[in-house]
Design a protein around this ligand. Structure first.
Ligand code: NDP
Ligand code: MG
Length: 391
């Protein structure tokens, strides 16, 4: 087939970098339509020129003149502000990587979904925030959602070997993060530098902290539930410190089908880029003899309460997962700003969920705008609870 047009939302981030690495390897196959960033004008302009993008956008509205100056002498169109990121997603690319960090990525990802594109979805927060509407709109528009998160990409690949009604459960693996073997009291006091030292994966700051708290696995349980229409009882988590097996599907005959690979996001992204075909990958080949041992442990809800809260949120429904995600985004930002201790991240999420329910706010949502409103209100509630959690 001919040249494929692609857009990358969040092109200057960790997932963006892995995506651009794959595009760079086959310049004859891809035409870059649009690229976006939040504030990194220099990085965005450099990519735009290298890939001869047609349109670029930064979310920060104050950086338009800076972006224009950086693109002077090219015919690359540009914009700034939240609307410009949505405009980038609306541009006619066949394939869109949704890799903005956080619920801020929801509106642009929906814009790509609504025009029926192939959407490689890395941005799990947008599914946790508004998953049911996201999947509905994808079905209505005929969009294809390609899970880019490594565990979900593994499930997507493993699911192809059976029928949906033959599935008994899915299992996603967790590395356990840097605090896997730490005592609760030490996790409570962990510093930002310690939380940012992930044993296996190199990722953006927010998801690295989520991995340390295992909130990331909680977000992924919810993500799996929306992506594959699974109940909480059908989703298991197993800690697997080597991060070689990413996800497994158990079928009724007790066959368990797994996907393996080096812990390198370029592999699931390559699967999304090539789908339904396979392209040449860029990760190091998997050498099992060199790795030697794969081990597994049950997750510990006592030391990592954020994981259990995800199941609670899924069971509560009615916007509770939106609240879970919103409170976590506030908590992680507060931890990065050194306003709360590491252990307080899960406490703020739990307290926000409890206060939300006590206030009688749990109610059925009927569209993505409802979820966006819950997201805003839950952020306000979490921010209001911060001082008492910090104390
Ligand atoms: P990064 O922080 O490395 O990159 C985020 C990207 O989004 C950057 O391009 C950033 O721009 C842009 N961005 C940030 N905030 C906004 C905003 N408010 N509006 C518009 N653009 C914004 O994150 P990652 O690449 O690590 O993660 C991206 C998403 O992918 C997350 O949802 C994460 O959970 C998910 N994911 C990541 C994995 C990984 O290995 N990194 C694995 C699986 C999922 P700028 O550079 O200007 O700040
Ligand atoms: Mg993952």
């Amino acid at each position: 087939s001919g040249v494929r047009s692609v857009s990358v939302l969040g092109a200057t981030g960790s997932i963006g970098d892995s995506t651009m690495d794959l595009l760079r390897a086959s310049p004859e196959r891809y035409q870059v339509e649009a690229l976006t960033a939040n504030t990194n004008v220099a990085g965005l302009a450099k990519l735009a020129k290298e890939f001869n993008a047609r349109f670029v956008a930064v979310a920060d509205p104050a950086r338009l003149s800076e972006l224009r100056a950086a693109l002077a002498g090219t015919d690359i169109a540009c914009g700034a502000g939240e609307g410009a990121i949505v405009e980038a997603a609306e541009r006619p690319a066949d394939w869109v990587m949704a890799a903005v960090a956080g619920a801020a990525g929801l509106k642009p990802a929906l814009a790509a979904v609504d025009r029926g594109a192939h959407v490689a979805l890395a941005n799990k927060e947008c599914l946790v925030c508004a998953g049911e509407f996201f999947m509905d709109r994808a079905a209505k528009a005929g969009a294809t959602i390609l899970p880019a998160d490594s565990e979900h990409n593994a499930l997507f690949q493993a699911l192809a070997s059976g029928n949906r009604d033959e599935l008994t459960k899915v299992i996603i693996t967790a590395s356990g993060g840097p605090f896997r073997t730490w005592a609760a009291a030490d996790i409570e006091q962990a510093t930002l530098a310690q939380a940012l030292k992930h044993p296996n994966w190199s990722m953006g700051q927010k998801i690295t902290i989520d991995s340390a708290s295992m909130m990331n696995k909680g977000l992924e349980v919810i993500e799996a539930s929306w992506l594959f229409a699974l109940s909480p009882d059908e989703i298991d988590v197993v800690v697997h410190p080597q991060s070689i097996i990413h996800g497994m599907v158990e079928f009724s005959d007790r066959s368990v089908v797994a996907q393996l690979g080096s812990p390198d996001m370029r592999t699931p992204i390559a699967h999304c880029l090539g789908w339904p075909d396979r392209i040449v990958g860029r990760a190091a080949p998997l050498d099992l003899a060199k790795i030697g041992t794969l081990t597994f442990e049950a997750p510990d809800y006592a030391r990592f309460p954020g994981l259990k809260l995800a199941y609670d949120a899924l069971r509560a429904g009615n916007g509770a997962t939106t609240v879970y995600n919103a409170a976590n985004e506030i908590a992680v930002a507060a931890f990065i700003a050194q306003r709360i201790r590491f252990g307080a991240i899960a406490r703020l999420v739990e307290e926000t969920m409890n206060s939300w329910i006590r206030a009688g706010n749990l109610a059925p949502l009927s569209c993505a705008d409802d979820a966006i409103a819950v997201d805003h209100n839950a952020r306000d509630m979490a921010a209001a609870l911060l001082p008492q959690i910090a104390a």
